[in-house]
Design a protein around this ligand. Sequence first.
Ligand SMILES: [Ca+2]
Ligand SMILES: [Ca+2]
Length: 195
Amino acid sequence: MQAATVTFNNLIAGVTSYGFDGDGDTVADVIFSTTDPLGFNTSGPGPFQLYVYQQGLEGTSLLNPDLRVDFLHGATGSIQFGFAVNAMAAGPSVFASLELFDALNNSLGSATVLGARFPIPPIQSTFTEGQLTLGFSGTAAYGLFNFSSSSTTGRYFLDNFTGTFGSTETVPEPRSIGLVVFGATLIARLRRKRS
Ligand SMILES: [Ca+2]
Ligand SMILES: [Ca+2]
């Protein structure tokens, strides 16, 4: 596995499941999904954000979990992402959380980060935002997100989803294919000699 970052630059709208490539080989490494029948979108919260660039993944924060990620090749080490929720003021019910699980549904750890507004001259973050980092041991198979904005029309933005979950699909080199064929031929010959 190798370093990967999902920047959500594909234009999607109203999708309940979508595969994203994080390591630039155009093959999906993660699948994001939601139980919200209206799905999620790629959209931006405007330019005045530190941790969510135009654009990110955008969806409802009224569920728990709001969003799920499945790692197609597993994930190791740590996961980091930026988030924003549609709240103008910080508070105990304005946050993002992530819990990671292995393939046997054992929790590998969780983290919660409260949203805040940061100075972005000449104003502050339009929406409360933050960056969550979760280090873990073992191999994560999937993760569950919960966002909260304290709003009855709660929405989240997620961006720059980063970790060690990329797997550039490699094609065997012609030379090693030749060696395998040569080896198989040799074994077949030896078997024929013995019988
Ligand atoms: Ca890939
Ligand atoms: Ca939620």
